[in-house]
Design a protein around this ligand. Structure first.
Ligand SMILES: [Cu+2]
Length: 202
């Protein structure tokens, strides 16, 4: 019996070694393929979702988990408006370090999605007289190994009305998705990604 167990254990080790080697090779191949195929989307998807500086600034407050969100606004043309939007969203619980730029027309912030909902953010922004065109979200997706995996995620997001994958990169393991928060919720977009079998890291 003991001999048998030993035999099984040896078999297990023998099987595990080549698998590890294959996984390593695959990773390199994937990285090269990704660099060739999707440099733009990789660059888009590579920045960390929430910078460590923002995380640190949130450490002693009550933020649970932060997500970086970006709203593309229509009608944002001057610094005064940007300041008004900044003030409007900064007043919401769960919003950390909002940055609004008139030049790019973007409002970028880190949020604790459990404490503040899209609808509240959109309402706060639009109260200033501007319109939210779309929300852009950078998320970490686990399990992406090659560009086929990325394509699956891109397709899944495309299947959601009002949503689009701006870039999915298996190399960085990140996806940048955009959607109209008045047509579809963030949760619905993330659920579509999760249905692919790859999952959004919360
Ligand atoms: Cu793959």
């Amino acid at each position: 019996m003991n001999k048998m167990m030993k035999f099984v254990a040896v078999l297990g080790v023998a099987a595990a070694v080549p698998m590890a080697v294959i996984a390593g090779e695959c990773k390199t191949e994937c990285a090269q393929a990704c660099a060739k195929v999707c440099p733009a989307s990789c660059a888009e998807a590579c920045p960390s979702p929430v910078s460590s500086a923002v995380k640190a600034s949130c450490a002693d407050s009550k933020c649970d988990k932060l997500t970086k969100v970006e709203y593309k606004l229509t009608g944002l043309t001057c610094a005064d408006q940007a300041a008004r939007v900044t003030k409007a969203v900064a007043g919401l619980d769960g919003v950390v370090e909002p940055k609004v730029c008139a030049k790019s027309g973007k409002a970028v912030m880190a949020i604790d999605a459990k404490r503040v909902k899209d609808a509240q953010l959109v309402a706060a922004i639009e109260q200033t007289g501007l319109k939210v065109q779309k929300e852009v979200l950078t998320v970490k997706v686990s399990g992406l190994k090659c560009e086929d995996c990325s394509a699956k995620v891109t397709q899944a997001v495309a299947g959601v009305k009002g949503a689009k994958a701006e870039g999915v990169c298996h190399q960085s393991g990140q996806a940048v998705v955009s959607f109209d928060p008045k047509k579809v919720s963030r949760d619905q977009v993330l659920a579509a990604i999760n249905r692919t079998g790859f999952s959004v890291v919360p």
